[in-house]
Design a protein around this ligand. Structure first.
Ligand code: UD1
Length: 357
């Protein structure tokens, strides 16, 4: 049973679903927790990435962390009462991940965690709590990089459970990139390759505080005077901007809705620089060799800074503008095993583990 709930989960699920479906393996079942529910944040990804509609949708929707996590747990427990999967596979670090891992662990169903071992060491970040606890509960831990394996070993997790498999998001990126018509995309958005900034910001630490969001907003407006700034905003960011009465978009600073996967990937691939606070975007820009400015003080993905194109910058207007001015054509290095074959490695290992279990 493959379980996903949010936009980045779907991007990670798709290649693993396909790799498992291509093998003569067990029956596959996709469960959607319903954490993300807008078509633009959810359904469109299944269509684009060629994955069948989830068999079950738990339709949990929005709520506080406790409401959302508990809501998923109650519904997922009911599901596990009527189905007994051989494995539950969870992805990433969102509330859906920890909720389903906790239920599966108590139901005695083995758990595989894809994207194990990432650590920001920032316990104020809800995702960090989800990461540590999910890894502790998992039987198979699929790590995207060596530093992630080391984190797990330092936490006392047996190396027998850990597999270094590479970054599964890169599988989707590599499969989809050649299908994009870049010239048409650039024409549609009236931009030139390497002459615009792409922005995504949605983390509570950045967008839930009026002063911080205002700093970021000011920087984007200012940058928009020099080159086009495209900002496909997450629903949370958009509603906070309205709540905090931030100034409207301008000709240079363009506020858009959430974009389909391929459109966003194409815009990332051609940007001069990307500004983000997302985990996945830090990795995708490294895989693409596009400079990335991350408006955060820490990252659970240090490899994107050490080997890739990422730079951490405090979420403050002057710091961001300085980083944007300094962003060069640095292409970085593609980390080990970020080769588009991660799902194949996981599928092979998971089926071997199932037959041996
Ligand atoms: C979640 C993840 C975050 C991940 C992000 C990716 C957790 C703790 N956080 O954050 O790690 O980076 O997904 O996008 O799980 N909303 C809609 N429509 C939707 C989904 C959300 O309007 O389809 C709005 C709701 O008003 C909601 C807000 O966005 O209150 C936040 O959604 P939520 O699922 O709580 O967390 P994200 O911020 O999306």
């Amino acid at each position: 049973m493959l379980v996903a709930g949010t936009r980045p989960n779907f991007v990670k699920l798709a290649p693993l679903y396909r790799a498992l479906a291509a093998r003569k393996g067990p029956r596959l079942m996709i469960t959607h927790t319903g954490q993300h529910y807008d078509h633009a944040m959810s359904g469109s990804f299944f269509e684009e990435l060629g994955v069948p509609e989830p068999e079950v949708n738990l339709e949990v929707g929005t709520g506080s962390h406790a409401q959302q996590t508990a809501g998923i747990m109650v519904r997922f427990e009911r599901l596990l009462d009527s189905h007994t999967p051989r494995w539950v596979v969870v992805f990433g670090d969102v509330n859906s991940t920890i909720a389903c891992a906790l239920v599966a662990a108590k139901a005695g169903v083995p758990i595989a965690h894809v994207e194990a071992g990432l650590r920001s060491r920032d316990w104020t970040m809800p995702e960090e709590i989800n990461r540590v606890l999910t890894d502790r509960l998992s039987d198979r831990l699929y790590a995207p990089s060596r530093d992630a394996c080391e984190n797990l070993v330092h936490e006392g997790i047996s190396t027998e459970r850990v597999r270094l498999v590479g970054n599964i998001m890169v599988d989707t990126l590599r499969a989809q990139l050649p299908t994009i018509d870049h010239a048409t995309l650039l024409r549609e958005y009236e931009i030139k390759a390497r002459h615009y900034v792409l922005v995504t910001l949605h983390r509570p630490s950045n967008v839930d505080h009026p002063d911080t969001l205002r700093q970021l907003w000011t920087a984007m407006q200012e940058a928009g005077r020099r080159e086009p700034v495209l900002f496909p905003a997450h629903p949370r960011t958009r509603s906070r901007a309205v709540e905090f009465e931030l100034p409207p978009a301008t000709a240079g600073f363009r506020l858009l809705g959430p974009l389909p996967y391929r459109t966003f990937l194409g815009l990332m691939a051609n940007a001069r620089v990307v500004v983000t606070d997302s985990g996945g975007v830090q990795e995708e820009t490294t895989a693409l060799g596009v400079p990335c400015v991350t408006a955060r003080l820490n990252t659970e993905r240090p490899i994107t800074v050490i080997e890739g194109t990422n730079r951490l910058v405090r979420p403050h207007a002057s710091s961001l503008l300085e980083a944007l001015a300094q962003a060069d054509g640095r292409r970085g290095r593609i980390p080990e095993l970020w080769d588009g074959q991660t799902a194949e490695r996981i599928a092979a290992d998971l089926l071997e583990a199932s037959s041996g279990a």
